[in-house]
Design a binder for this molecule. Sequence first.
Ligand code: SF4
Length: 356
Amino acid sequence: MQAEDVMRILDADAMGFASLKPARIPKVVTYSKNVFIPLTNACRNACAYCGFRSDKPYIMREDEVLRILKAGAAKGCREALFTFGERPEVYPEIEKALSEMGYDSIIEYLYHLCEVSLKLGLLPHSNPGVIDEAEMRALREVNASMGLMLENASDRLCESGMPHEHSPGKRPRERLRMIECAGKLRIPFTTGLLIGIGETSDEIALSLMYLKKLSDRYGHIQEIIIQNFRPKKDTPMQYSREPSLFRMLKVVRASSELFPELAIQVPPNLNPSTYAIFLLHGASDLGGISPLTRDYINPEDAWPRVEEMRLLVRELGLTLSQRLPIYPKYIAKGWYSERVGEVISQYATEDGYARE
Ligand code: SF4
């Protein structure tokens, strides 16, 4: 499939969309039962749509993280999702807090917390923002998978007046470099696009083609998240329009055709009344769902209950299965360290899903 074919889907009108060949419908729809740990809201970037970062930053202390991990383990969660602002040490108060705890960097602290998480039987999936190769190599030892949203590969979105103007970490070249590095290190990887931040169809197609090239070369991308922009109060983009359902459907459809072997994920909490429709158009994964913690990036959007998701998925004649943060294909390939493997062997079924 070429960029022109992707564009044909992205620019289709209703009749054109209706005339597409039937979408790939997954027999098994997956989700991961997790705890969401927003280690710090300090971030060197300032994306115009972000309601998470703060100039009065906090950092979670180990006892707070431990409480969440233990509660998650008791509720059968299998994933510890560590998501936080990029390079938060640019804030002196965060640097000082890390140093008081005995760490030189947030990545050192994260490494320790991933070790704790593994001891409690939760597989870490870290989203640390853009980091370097040595840091990725270290984190691979204690993570089942890692992630970084590409968001979009367009430099235009970093220009003056655009959403990534004040976000050095959102330069596409930086992010593509890290996604490539994950491939070289054989790290099962999650990435994706943020839709509705001012990008054009050309730029979506370009972004997908970049990911396709990396995926074909290294085989490490396990899922692609297609995330819809949601306006956040008191941000520069608070009055911007959300992408339409039709726009989202077309991006999901194009992605599923370009990446027939990969999971396409649509976050159900950001699409509470429509997520089942995406399953009819190529999505196959509903992401991390937590029985304990909220989505700290989108705190106003509560997770659906797993039982509700199960009923909806069953109505479509499909099966909902819990997965681990590492997809079955990478378990079969042995793309994990010995320490991570010990936890995987406790909780993976024979076909690589999660024991529920
Ligand atoms: S969206 Fe992520 S990278 Fe951008 S400012 Fe917020 S926390 Fe930082």
